[in-house]
Design a protein around this ligand. Structure first.
Ligand SMILES: [Zn+2]
Length: 197
């Protein structure tokens, strides 16, 4: 299966997520107790460097020619994405992390006043981490010019004060078990993580 995947160089974004196992189709019991017909785990796609590079390049296309000098993302999800997007743009990649609960730029990383920065993340749902990274960038005097994410699960509700671009917008519907259409068809429910593809 992995051998086949590496042959596919021109898959669209949705196919990349499905083929890598990041987006599963089935009948899932979520941690909330609700049931869904899809399950998403973005780390699954980023385990394959060729997929990570393709997605990074696609996201970078949106931001070409805008004078971005640095790409930055929150640990953990944003690290690989920042690295791949930065590679495609030919600029450097940084990551922020929490120190005593506060999103911070550590490890000797720095930003210059006026430096144009792109903030990236793998998935946003509420966008909390991304918002904190935007604040970190601003507090250092640099200029966040946009937010790029692989998957937007916010339903388009998030506003970071800068343009938001995503490769995939995903709205995974969840049902109470009593109202679940797959349960009513008698289809067995599985915990996410069980391979069903
Ligand atoms: Zn169900």
């Amino acid at each position: 299966m992995i051998g086949k995947m590496t042959e596919n160089k021109t898959l669209d974004v949705l196919e990349i997520f499905k083929q890598s196992g990041a987006l599963l189709q089935g009948h899932f019991r979520l941690t909330s107790g609700k049931h869904s017909v899809q399950y998403m785990q973005c780390a699954q796609v980023l385990q394959y460097p060729h997929f990570a590079a393709q997605l990074g390049a696609k996201l970078a296309q949106v931001w070409q020619g805008q004078g971005i000098r640095t790409v930055i993302g929150p640990a953990m999800g944003g690290i690989i994405v920042a690295h791949e997007v930065a590679g495609a743009l030919g600029v450097r990649a940084l990551f922020t992390e929490r120190e005593n609960g506060v999103m911070s730029l550590r490890r000797g990383f720095s930003l210059s006043p006026g430096e144009k920065v792109l903030v990236v993340e793998d998935v946003i749902t509420t966008g909390g981490s991304v918002r904190e990274v935007v604040t970190v960038v601003q507090e250092l005097g640099a200029v966040p010019v946009g937010v790029g994410v692989l998957v937007d699960r916010s339903g388009g509700k998030e506003n970071f004060g800068v343009p938001l671009k995503s490769l995939l917008q995903l709205n995974i519907e969840a049902f109470e078990p009593e109202q679940c259409p797959l349960c009513s068809e008698g289809i067995p429910v599985v915990k996410p993580g069980s391979r069903v593809v």
